[in-house]
Design a protein around this ligand. Structure first.
Ligand code: IMP
Length: 201
Protein backbone atom coordinates (compact mmCIF):
# COMPACT_ATOMS: atom_id res chain seq x y z
CA UNK A 1 0.00 0.00 0.00
CA UNK A 2 1.30 3.48 -0.85
CA UNK A 3 0.66 6.14 1.74
CA UNK A 4 0.22 9.65 0.48
CA UNK A 5 -0.66 12.92 2.11
CA UNK A 6 -2.81 15.56 0.44
CA UNK A 7 -1.75 19.23 0.39
CA UNK A 8 -3.69 21.30 2.93
CA UNK A 9 -4.48 18.23 5.04
CA UNK A 10 -4.51 18.59 8.83
CA UNK A 11 -1.59 16.97 10.66
CA UNK A 12 -1.16 16.81 14.40
CA UNK A 13 2.44 17.39 15.53
CA UNK A 14 2.94 15.16 18.57
CA UNK A 15 4.78 17.75 20.62
CA UNK A 16 3.96 20.08 23.49
CA UNK A 17 6.55 22.56 22.29
CA UNK A 18 4.89 25.22 20.06
CA UNK A 19 8.31 26.12 18.59
CA UNK A 20 8.84 22.53 17.49
CA UNK A 21 5.36 22.36 15.89
CA UNK A 22 6.23 25.48 13.85
CA UNK A 23 9.59 24.01 12.86
CA UNK A 24 7.90 20.79 11.71
CA UNK A 25 5.38 22.80 9.67
CA UNK A 26 8.22 24.74 7.98
CA UNK A 27 10.18 21.57 7.24
CA UNK A 28 7.11 20.21 5.48
CA UNK A 29 7.23 23.30 3.23
CA UNK A 30 3.99 24.65 4.67
CA UNK A 31 1.99 22.02 2.74
CA UNK A 32 -0.21 21.12 5.72
CA UNK A 33 -2.24 22.63 8.50
CA UNK A 34 -0.08 21.62 11.47
CA UNK A 35 -1.80 21.46 14.86
CA UNK A 36 0.26 20.97 18.04
CA UNK A 37 -0.81 18.08 20.28
CA UNK A 38 -0.22 20.34 23.30
CA UNK A 39 -2.59 22.99 21.98
CA UNK A 40 -5.24 20.27 21.43
CA UNK A 41 -4.86 19.21 25.09
CA UNK A 42 -3.60 15.71 24.20
CA UNK A 43 -1.49 14.13 26.97
CA UNK A 44 2.14 13.13 26.29
CA UNK A 45 2.85 9.40 26.42
CA UNK A 46 5.82 7.93 28.33
CA UNK A 47 8.70 7.25 25.94
CA UNK A 48 9.07 3.59 26.83
CA UNK A 49 10.72 2.25 23.67
CA UNK A 50 14.45 1.53 23.36
CA UNK A 51 15.12 3.11 19.94
CA UNK A 52 14.61 6.54 18.33
CA UNK A 53 12.30 4.99 15.72
CA UNK A 54 10.33 3.13 18.40
CA UNK A 55 9.74 6.28 20.44
CA UNK A 56 8.81 8.40 17.39
CA UNK A 57 6.30 5.75 16.32
CA UNK A 58 4.86 5.44 19.84
CA UNK A 59 4.31 9.23 20.04
CA UNK A 60 2.81 9.45 16.52
CA UNK A 61 0.40 6.54 17.12
CA UNK A 62 -0.65 7.92 20.50
CA UNK A 63 -1.47 11.36 19.01
CA UNK A 64 -3.23 9.82 15.97
CA UNK A 65 -5.42 7.55 18.06
CA UNK A 66 -6.41 10.32 20.48
CA UNK A 67 -6.98 13.06 17.87
CA UNK A 68 -8.39 10.98 15.01
CA UNK A 69 -6.02 12.85 12.65
CA UNK A 70 -2.82 11.85 10.85
CA UNK A 71 0.00 12.62 13.30
CA UNK A 72 3.72 13.31 13.05
CA UNK A 73 6.27 12.78 15.81
CA UNK A 74 10.04 13.00 16.10
CA UNK A 75 12.62 11.61 18.45
CA UNK A 76 16.25 12.66 18.39
CA UNK A 77 19.49 12.63 20.30
CA UNK A 78 23.25 12.30 20.28
CA UNK A 79 25.12 8.99 20.46
CA UNK A 80 28.78 8.62 21.44
CA UNK A 81 30.79 5.69 20.10
CA UNK A 82 33.05 5.43 23.19
CA UNK A 83 29.91 5.29 25.38
CA UNK A 84 28.29 2.48 23.37
CA UNK A 85 25.74 4.93 21.95
CA UNK A 86 24.88 6.84 25.15
CA UNK A 87 23.24 9.23 25.86
CA UNK A 88 21.20 8.24 22.74
CA UNK A 89 17.48 8.16 23.45
CA UNK A 90 18.28 9.57 26.91
CA UNK A 91 19.90 12.75 25.48
CA UNK A 92 17.25 15.10 26.89
CA UNK A 93 17.16 13.24 30.22
CA UNK A 94 20.95 13.61 30.76
CA UNK A 95 20.32 17.36 31.04
CA UNK A 96 17.86 16.83 33.91
CA UNK A 97 14.60 18.67 34.59
CA UNK A 98 16.43 22.03 34.44
CA UNK A 99 17.54 21.19 30.84
CA UNK A 100 21.11 21.97 31.87
CA UNK A 101 23.12 21.06 28.76
CA UNK A 102 26.36 22.53 30.13
CA UNK A 103 26.09 19.83 32.80
CA UNK A 104 25.10 17.17 30.27
CA UNK A 105 28.10 18.02 28.04
CA UNK A 106 30.42 17.85 31.11
CA UNK A 107 28.94 14.45 31.87
CA UNK A 108 29.70 13.26 28.33
CA UNK A 109 33.32 14.46 28.70
CA UNK A 110 33.71 12.77 32.12
CA UNK A 111 32.20 9.47 30.98
CA UNK A 112 34.50 9.35 27.92
CA UNK A 113 37.50 10.14 30.17
CA UNK A 114 36.49 7.23 32.44
CA UNK A 115 36.51 4.77 29.54
CA UNK A 116 40.10 5.72 28.66
CA UNK A 117 39.09 5.62 24.99
CA UNK A 118 40.67 7.98 22.45
CA UNK A 119 37.64 7.63 20.19
CA UNK A 120 35.77 10.95 19.99
CA UNK A 121 33.35 9.99 17.22
CA UNK A 122 29.65 10.63 17.73
CA UNK A 123 26.47 11.06 15.72
CA UNK A 124 23.09 12.72 15.93
CA UNK A 125 19.96 10.77 15.00
CA UNK A 126 16.48 12.03 14.14
CA UNK A 127 13.62 9.58 13.71
CA UNK A 128 10.34 10.81 12.22
CA UNK A 129 7.08 8.88 12.28
CA UNK A 130 3.74 9.60 10.62
CA UNK A 131 0.79 7.51 11.81
CA UNK A 132 -2.77 7.26 10.57
CA UNK A 133 -5.53 7.01 13.22
CA UNK A 134 -7.45 3.98 14.45
CA UNK A 135 -4.55 1.55 14.34
CA UNK A 136 -3.89 2.56 10.72
CA UNK A 137 -0.58 2.37 8.87
CA UNK A 138 2.57 4.30 9.74
CA UNK A 139 5.79 5.41 8.10
CA UNK A 140 9.06 5.74 10.05
CA UNK A 141 12.35 7.14 8.73
CA UNK A 142 15.66 7.99 10.34
CA UNK A 143 18.43 10.48 9.49
CA UNK A 144 21.93 10.70 10.93
CA UNK A 145 24.88 13.07 10.86
CA UNK A 146 28.30 11.80 11.94
CA UNK A 147 31.14 13.81 13.42
CA UNK A 148 33.65 14.30 16.23
CA UNK A 149 33.30 15.63 19.76
CA UNK A 150 35.41 18.60 20.91
CA UNK A 151 36.08 19.73 24.48
CA UNK A 152 35.75 22.40 25.73
CA UNK A 153 32.45 23.28 24.10
CA UNK A 154 32.56 25.85 21.27
CA UNK A 155 29.97 28.44 20.19
CA UNK A 156 26.61 29.58 21.44
CA UNK A 157 24.44 29.56 18.31
CA UNK A 158 22.82 26.17 18.68
CA UNK A 159 21.04 24.22 21.40
CA UNK A 160 21.49 20.99 23.33
CA UNK A 161 24.79 19.24 22.50
CA UNK A 162 25.59 21.47 19.47
CA UNK A 163 28.69 23.15 21.03
CA UNK A 164 30.64 19.87 21.38
CA UNK A 165 29.78 18.37 17.97
CA UNK A 166 31.82 19.04 14.81
CA UNK A 167 30.20 17.39 11.77
CA UNK A 168 32.47 15.36 9.46
CA UNK A 169 34.28 17.46 6.83
CA UNK A 170 33.86 20.71 8.79
CA UNK A 171 35.96 22.71 11.29
CA UNK A 172 33.20 24.52 13.17
CA UNK A 173 30.98 22.94 15.79
CA UNK A 174 27.20 23.03 15.30
CA UNK A 175 27.26 25.69 18.03
CA UNK A 176 29.54 27.93 15.95
CA UNK A 177 27.73 27.52 12.62
CA UNK A 178 25.01 29.76 11.34
CA UNK A 179 21.70 27.98 12.00
CA UNK A 180 20.91 27.80 8.26
CA UNK A 181 24.20 25.97 7.61
CA UNK A 182 23.53 23.44 10.37
CA UNK A 183 19.88 23.01 9.35
CA UNK A 184 20.89 22.16 5.77
CA UNK A 185 23.08 19.21 6.84
CA UNK A 186 21.55 18.05 10.11
CA UNK A 187 20.10 14.66 11.04
CA UNK A 188 16.69 16.40 10.98
CA UNK A 189 17.21 17.60 7.37
CA UNK A 190 18.22 14.08 6.27
CA UNK A 191 15.19 12.54 8.00
CA UNK A 192 12.79 15.09 6.47
CA UNK A 193 14.14 14.47 2.97
CA UNK A 194 13.49 10.76 3.49
CA UNK A 195 10.01 11.43 4.86
CA UNK A 196 9.11 13.66 1.93
CA UNK A 197 10.39 11.04 -0.50
CA UNK A 198 8.26 8.39 1.25
CA UNK A 199 5.08 10.43 1.46
CA UNK A 200 4.97 12.86 -1.43
CA UNK A 201 6.94 11.62 -4.39
P1 IMP B 1 13.62 14.84 22.13
O1 IMP B 1 13.00 16.21 22.07
O2 IMP B 1 13.05 13.91 23.12
O3 IMP B 1 13.75 14.23 20.76
O4 IMP B 1 15.10 15.07 22.70
C1 IMP B 1 16.09 15.45 21.88
C2 IMP B 1 17.32 15.82 22.69
O5 IMP B 1 18.44 15.43 21.95
C3 IMP B 1 17.43 17.31 22.87
O6 IMP B 1 17.00 17.71 24.12
C4 IMP B 1 18.91 17.55 22.68
O7 IMP B 1 19.53 17.32 23.89
C5 IMP B 1 19.38 16.46 21.79
N1 IMP B 1 19.41 16.89 20.41
C6 IMP B 1 18.60 16.48 19.40
N2 IMP B 1 18.89 17.12 18.27
C7 IMP B 1 19.89 17.96 18.55
C8 IMP B 1 20.62 18.92 17.77
O8 IMP B 1 20.38 19.15 16.58
N3 IMP B 1 21.57 19.59 18.43
C9 IMP B 1 21.86 19.41 19.73
N4 IMP B 1 21.22 18.56 20.50
C10 IMP B 1 20.24 17.83 19.92
Amino acid sequence: MTLKLINGQKIVAATHNPGKAKELAALLDGRFEVLAAGALGLPEPDETETTFEGNALLKARHAADLSGEVSLADDSGMSVTALDGAPGIYSARWAGPAKDFAMAMDKVAERIEETGSEDRSAWFTCALAVAWPNGGPAVVVQGEVHGTLVFPARGDKGFGYDPIFVPGGHDQSFGEMEPAQKDAMSHRAVAFEKLKAALFE
